[in-house]
Unconditional design. Structure first.
Length: 130
């Protein structure tokens, strides 16, 4: 899209926290690669892709992640929920068996907000232990 998406030093600090507190520990616990489909998005890029105005992607605090198999993605969601710090954890679209992808964010004073998004609305969610 030709948009400069270079992060500021503050955004880099937030991305570093997200990686060190959530993404790297998650990869270590999971034991396999985890793919990030969306990480930092500057406000202009966020708007261009239809992101929420207050998206934590714009501050470097969020990542959308996925793995190869849906069943494993559901297990990954539970692993984050039950073992790692997070600010927001969202089961994005998908089915009752597995999300299409996982949105996870981190900030120093986490809300531990777990949600499910069905494509129309967000609602509180608690995964079953997998």
């Amino acid at each position: 899209m030709g948009i400069d998406n270079t992060p500021t030093s503050e955004v880099i600090a937030n991305l570093t926290e997200l990686v060190e507190r959530v993404l790297d520990p998650l990869r270590e616990k999971y034991g396999h690669p985890i793919m990030v489909s969306s990480g930092y998005r500057c406000p202009r890029l966020n708007k261009a892709v239809g992101g929420a105005v207050n998206s934590q992607h714009t501050t470097g605090e969020a990542a959308d992640i996925y793995v190869g198999r849906p069943k494993e993605l559901a297990e990954l969601f539970s692993l984050i929920y039950y073992t790692l710090p997070y600010d927001q954890l969202i089961w994005e679209r998908g089915t009752d068996e597995a999300p299409a992808w996982i949105h996870v964010s981190y900030r120093r004073e986490p809300r531990y907000q777990c949600l499910r998004y069905d494509g129309n609305k967000y609602y509180p969610y608690k995964p079953t232990l997998r």
